[in-house]
Design a protein. Structure first.
Length: 451
């Protein structure tokens, strides 16, 4: 990184960043209170609030959102007449999955082979630290040239929409000229990237029932309709032979016009086993950024251990559908529910229930904020030009903010590059990426203030 005062300051703050990220990762802040104590999320929220206060933020508040979680808000005033920038991250995390599969404890930040491991290290507690680093560097180098609002969400991973609804009820709170969402990532380590599109998402639970109760498979199997077999057949109908998503009536042939994704690189990033084919057809970027993708997230059925020779009376599954830009999530949800019902065999009773959704998002990459970010990225990543990529994941808040503040420019950056393995075991963050992106964000705020 080329030498400049901001970069030097960020470099000097990295040991403190390591300590603070370790403190934040230690909270088991999964916003599913059937699995993890609510006190863990409350502890993380209070940590963020206390840190903002210590850094001079005003009006720091724990916002009780309608889904029963807390988001943390703070305001740092800049010069009179300056622009306002909203910095977003979330402190809630995905469950650690099988803790025994982690090389080191998931809620203990551990350095290994140049990376920092822990649940939320990249997604997105590292994003909270990134914002703090950028602001501290500016304070040490002439001050912060814009008004800054920070919002740290408490339930982004659950998709329950608490902050979206809160923002709609208090539209003045998060109003800004530009919004920086710190919850995406570079296309690969060392390649500065802004995310210009996000797929939306809908979550649908399907329940199939065929019998009043389980039956002995020897006495009744062969004629009694098996609910689990019916469910398997329905779920299989969501994919074509090549594995691509097939929801009746949902377009699945769009193409991506932007950064390409080499198939070999994707196989490496996704850690696909040797000899196993990728699913779908056409370019990888088309498949993951421009087209719908269905995933069966879970099935309620008897586990193998302890299973009895029974015909199952009922079974259910949770299905996720990623919705590409240009498609309305509500309409996609209707099509998914209709497909599940239409493909249920044997007259089995079927019901569907939507339990979460978010709309897809497309940014205006021609706005002045993108020019300011490109200039900042060029300094933070010498010799590299800022790239534009899509992201298959969803950040439902983006569309809420875009609707509330149609004149605001929205940029998406972050620490979740492929090696981070977010949502999987052994999630990690690159401290070099944390340092470079913090420098880029600080320089962006300087550039943007001068436009």
């Amino acid at each position: 990184m080329s030498s400049n005062p901001v970069a030097e300051t960020v470099a000097s703050l990295m040991p403190r960043a390591r300590t603070e990220l370790g403190e934040l990762v230690a909270f088991k802040s999964v916003a599913d209170f059937d699995q993890f104590p609510k006190s863990e999320s409350e502890g993380a929220a209070n940590w963020v609030a206390d840190t903002l206060r210590a850094d001079g933020f005003q009006d720091v508040a724990l916002l009780d959102t309608p889904d029963g979680t807390q988001s943390v808000y703070g305001y740092l005033p800049g010069p009179e007449g300056a622009k306002t920038v909203l910095l977003y991250a979330h402190y809630d995390v995905q469950p650690p999955l099988d803790e025994s599969a982690w090389t080191t404890p998931p809620f203990e930040l551990t350095e290994r082979e140049g990376r920092w491991y822990g649940r939320g290290a990249a997604d997105c507690k590292g994003g909270v630290i990134m914002h703090l680093l950028a602001l501290r560097a500016l304070k040490a180098n002439g001050g912060i040239p814009v008004h800054v609002k920070v919002i740290a969400e408490g339930s982004e991973e659950q998709g329950t929409g608490g902050l979206e609804r809160y923002a709609e009820e208090h539209p003045e709170l998060l109003a800004a000229d530009t919004i920086v969402i710190g919850d995406t990532g570079n296309f690969r380590v060392g390649l500065p990237t802004v995310t210009s599109t996000l797929r939306g998402m809908t979550l649908v639970r399907i329940q199939i029932d065929t019998l009043e109760g389980n039956l002995h498979s020897g006495q009744f199997g062969g004629a009694a309709p098996d609910a689990l077999a019916a469910l398997i057949r329905v779920l299989d109908s969501l994919r074509a032979k090549d594995g691509s998503t097939t929801v009746d009536g949902l377009a699945a042939h769009a193409t991506w016009d932007g950064l390409s994704y080499d198939e070999g690189q994707f196989r490496q990033d996704a850690k696909v086993l040797d000899g196993v084919e990728l699913i779908g057809s056409d370019a990888v970027a088309d498949r993951i950024w421009a087209r719908p993708a269905v995933t069966v997230l879970g099935i309620d059925c008897p586990p193998v251990v302890g299973a009895t020779p029974s015909v199952q009376a009922g079974a259910r599954a949770l299905v996720s559908l990623r919705v590409p830009p240009g498609v309305d999530t509500a309409e996609a949800t209707k099509l998914l529910a209709a497909h599940l019902e239409a493909h249920t065999p044997w007259g089995a009773r079927v019901s569907t229930e939507q339990i979460g959704q978010g709309q897809p998002f497309s940014a205006d990459t021609t706005s002045p904020a993108y020019t300011a970010m490109a200039e900042a990225m060029a300094v933070a990543y010498p010799g590299q030009e800022m790239q534009y990529a899509g992201q298959g994941g969803s950040i439902p808040l983006c569309n809420t903010l875009a609707a509330l503040y149609p004149q605001a420019e929205i940029l998406l950056i972050g620490l979740s590059e492929p090696e981070a393995q977010i949502h999987a075991v052994n999630e990690s963050v690159s401290p070099q990426e944390l340092e470079r992106l913090s420098v880029a964000e600080a320089l962006f705020l300087q550039n943007y203030a001068g436009n």
